[in-house]
Design a protein around this ligand. Structure first.
Ligand code: URA
Ligand code: CA
Length: 436
């Protein structure tokens, strides 16, 4: 077998077999096949595509390129969640305690933010003392004790994906359904949960710009999940505006706490309840989503979900006085309100634009090595379908970067699209995809 023939085969749109796929993944991971040949192969894959069998073999080869985590020492049916990267997406911090408060173990390995999207680990680190570097043993023990843990990846999970993703990033081959599916699902399957809910974002600020592409990606990932015996469902969700009101690390932790206390933004709460209901059904905790949702709403009202969050923060060393009194979070010192120049109904808030502005204010990373300002970000005052009068505050920005303020103010005004009232009410969940 040689790589030239594999490239040639895919160039001619022929199907690659398991051995060929394993050959190029192993060769690339161990450095015997160079970047330029894999680049050519990626471009051939980009144009010719991979079918579900080939995508399955690719996912499997990537899983086998590194360590896998065995979560079987955790009692019960373990659930996990993945989002394809939104703006202001605080969901994991709410969803985890919600389902854990119902007795369903939520064991999640999260990532850091990059570019215009934030990461759960950074958000958690805005609570002083919070440790996200757990050993696998501690990760498992914590989940057994309190039904939830969130940590960074400790061991060497899917090294093939790390290399391949970096190469795709520089060769314009990221946005291919098979390549995205295998990349996401290899990581999720390697870390071991039994059930998975996927939040596939669509709109500006998301990988998938339209519902058709998001549907194709969702179906492929659900198919892969099933092939690996993981119960998987996907929801396609709207990113025509950032999720909730807060964008930024400390700001989003405060928002998560508010939501767990039943006073969060409607869209964020609705999404968390919907995803949570799916997880409770997948984990056989409830028979249907309706009863699951009622249980979750109950646990917000009676304080159990908030208590679980508090317990989780304490368990991982975080200072719970911040959870009890969110005014303790230190936000960036420069605060500026942004006022609308026009009147009208909000029809869209460009999420990509808001994510970029938040990053420039210090809340996000340009590169993996950038330092972030945990107190920086944006709080929106108006959401889609709200009426805005000229002179009304649209948003508040927080930053230490004085030189970024004017640009951010102008950018936020630009990101808000005003028009006639939207006749169709904005829906956060557009569609659900599961195995029939
Ligand atoms: N996220 C991933 O982890 N991989 C992709 O290919 C795209 C998004
Ligand atoms: Ca938010």
């Amino acid at each position: 077998m040689n790589i030239y023939d594999i490239i040639e085969k895919k160039k001619q749109s022929l199907e690659l077999n398991k051995e060929e796929i394993e050959y190029f993944i192993n060769g690339y991971t161990n450095g015997t096949i160079p970047d330029y040949q894999i680049s050519a192969l990626l471009m051939a894959i980009y144009f010719r595509g991979l079918n579900i069998e080939e995508t399955y073999y690719l996912t499997n080869a990537m899983i086998n390129s590194g360590d896998t985590i065995d979560l079987s020492p955790i009692d019960g049916i373990k659930v996990d969640k993945h989002s394809t990267g939104g703006v202001g997406d605080t969901t994991s911090l709410i969803l985890g305690p919600l389902v854990a408060s119902c007795g369903v173990p939520f064991a999640k390995m999260s990532g850091r933010g990059l570019g215009h999207t934030g990461g759960t680990l950074d958000k958690l680190e805005s609570i002083p003392g919070m440790s996200i570097d757990l050993s696998i043993e501690k990760f498992i023990n914590n989940t057994n004790k309190i039904k939830m843990a969130i940590c960074g990846q400790t061991s060497d999970i899917t090294p093939a994906d790390k290399k391949l993703y970096a190469l795709r990033d520089t060769t314009a081959t990221v946005d291919n359904v098979s390549l995205i599916s295998s990349s996401i699902m290899s990581k999720k399957i390697a870390v071991g949960a039994d059930c998975l809910v996927l939040d596939v974002k669509v709109g500006s600020g998301a990988f998938m710009k339209n519902v058709e592409d998001a549907r194709e990606l969702s179906k492929m990932m659900v198919d892969l999940g099933e092939k690996f015996n993981r119960k998987t469902v996907a929801v396609i969700t709207n990113m025509d505006e950032p999720l909730g009101l807060a964008v930024g690390n400390s700001l989003e932790v405060i928002e998560a706490i508010d939501t767990l206390k039943g006073r969060g933004p409607k869209d964020l709460e609705d999404l968390c309840l919907s995803l949570g209901a799916k997880l409770l059904v997948l984990a056989n905790k409830c028979n249907d989503e309706k009863s699951a949702r009622i249980l979750l709403e109950e646990n917000i009202k009676n304080g159990l979900a908030f208590e679980k969050f508090r317990e989780f923060i304490e368990m991982q060393g975080g200072d719970v006085s911040y959870v009890d009194d969110t005014s303790k979070f230190k936000l960036s010192s420069r605060k500026r309100e942004v006022f609308s120049e026009k009147s009208g109904y909000v029809t869209k808030i460009d999420a990509l634009e808001i994510g970029e502005i938040s990053k420039n204010l210090g809340a996000g990373r340009e590169t993996k090595e950038s330092e972030i300002d945990l107190g920086a970000g944006i709080v929106l005052n108006k959401k889609i379908d709200d009426y805005v009068e000229a002179g009304d505050p649209l948003a508040t920005i927080y930053t230490e970067r004085k030189e970024q303020i004017d640009k951010a103010v102008a950018g936020i005004k630009e990101a808000y699209k005003l028009g006639e009232k939207n006749s169709k009410a904005y829906k956060i969940i557009i569609e659900e995809i599961q195995k029939c």
